[in-house]
Design a protein around this ligand. Structure first.
Ligand code: NCD
Length: 326
């Protein structure tokens, strides 16, 4: 796909950042550049022979201090498809469990001459802390309630494939906005590309200063759905909640669950998205989650591999260039 809305400079100037800690700080044309870079990998991933030697000789370390299925697997597959040596640090059996500090762990990874480090951590800001200490590019695979930039990029790529453009697109994000790094990164990414973003949650699950992020705030899901082009559902992040944030899952489902009946309030060609993991029967009904042509949930997973290939390729280009490879 060519870029109908944004142009970007040639060469390294197209993405001048050392790492990818967040969507914050990225210009719209830099986001667009990453989406364009991912298209070649979407095509490659649909072929039987999916291997390239672009990152051959490089070592990528995935250090996931929090649980993950999609993100960890797709970063691993992305690195391997591009020919890198990918190592997953087993945090549960690592020295982190013996009380090693995050900085000491980072210094250890650095001493092993990793060429890129991918980190997921429960603390907001932990990824930046490590990025400041190591010599190679660091990619944020989700830090606390802060950001999850590759999720927002894969969501944008999914939307772009179906809708082509973002200007004026009405995107409703509903769920546990307060605890969601996916919501934060998506709001930053989608508003930056020109979409009209609506957020919907019960008052207890909505950040107080959310309006500053250029979004429309709703507590009534039916109103938030009216005329929406994209409906993005989020899980209740129970593991980040201390105390009672919702009266009961039953009541939450009644007020904020996406059913077929509710979906009818959105545009007839609306897309349904969910970053996973889903809690079927709470924030989304199974018939909606599995609705062919409408639900984008498996496409999101597919785009996730391509986006992570693009990010690993783009961010290691400088190092490869210095050695005359790329
Ligand atoms: C999300 C995350 O970990 O932030 N999942 C993901 O990366 N696909 C959302 C979640 O856990 O609910």
């Amino acid at each position: 796909m060519t870029s109908p809305e944004y142009t970007y400079p040639e060469g390294a100037a197209a993405f001048p950042h050392r790492g990818l800690v967040g969507i914050a700080g990225l210009a719209p044309h830099e986001i667009w550049f990453l989406l364009d870079e991912a298209e070649q990998w979407v095509e490659l991933n649909r072929k039987a022979q999916k291997h390239r030697e672009v990152l051959s000789g490089l070592t990528i370390i995935n250090a996931f201090f929090e649980n993950s299925t999609r993100t960890l697997l797709s970063f691993e597959i992305a690195g391997k498809r591009l020919g890198a040596d990918v190592v997953n640090m087993a945090v549960a059996t690592s020295s982190v469990k013996k009380g090693e500090t995050l900085i000491d762990t980072a210094m250890t990874l650095n001493a092993m001459h990793a060429d890129a480090i991918v980190i997921r951590h429960a603390s907001s800001g932990a990824v930046q802390l490590i990025a400041d200490k190591v010599d190679c590019p660091v990619l944020n695979a989700g830090d606390g309630q802060h950001e999850h930039p590759t999720q927002a990029l894969l969501d944008a790529l999914t939307i772009r494939h179906a809708k082509r453009a973002f200007n004026g697109l009405r995107v409703t994000i509903c769920g546990d906005i307060l605890h969601s790094r996916v919501a934060r990164s998506n709001i930053l990414c989608l508003t930056s590309l020109g979409a009209d973003v609506r957020v919907c949650a019960p008052p207890a699950l909505m950040p107080e200063d959310i309006e500053r992020m250029n979004v429309q705030v709703f507590h009534d899901f039916d109103a938030a759905l009216k005329g929406a082009d994209v409906v993005m559902m989020l899980r209740l992040q129970m593991e980040r909640m201390e105390g009672q944030f919702i009266p009961s899952p039953r009541e939450y489902r009644h007020l904020y669950g996406l059913s077929m009946e509710r979906l009818a309030k959105a545009q007839p060609d609306a897309l349904v998205m969910h970053p996973g993991p889903m809690n079927r029967g709470i924030e989304i009904e199974s018939d909606v989650a599995d609705l062919a042509g409408v639900s984008q949930i498996t496409t999101q997973v597919e785009m996730g591999v391509a986006i992570r290939m693009a990010c690993l390729d783009v961010l290691t280009r400088r190092g490869r260039k210095a050695e005359g490879w790329a």
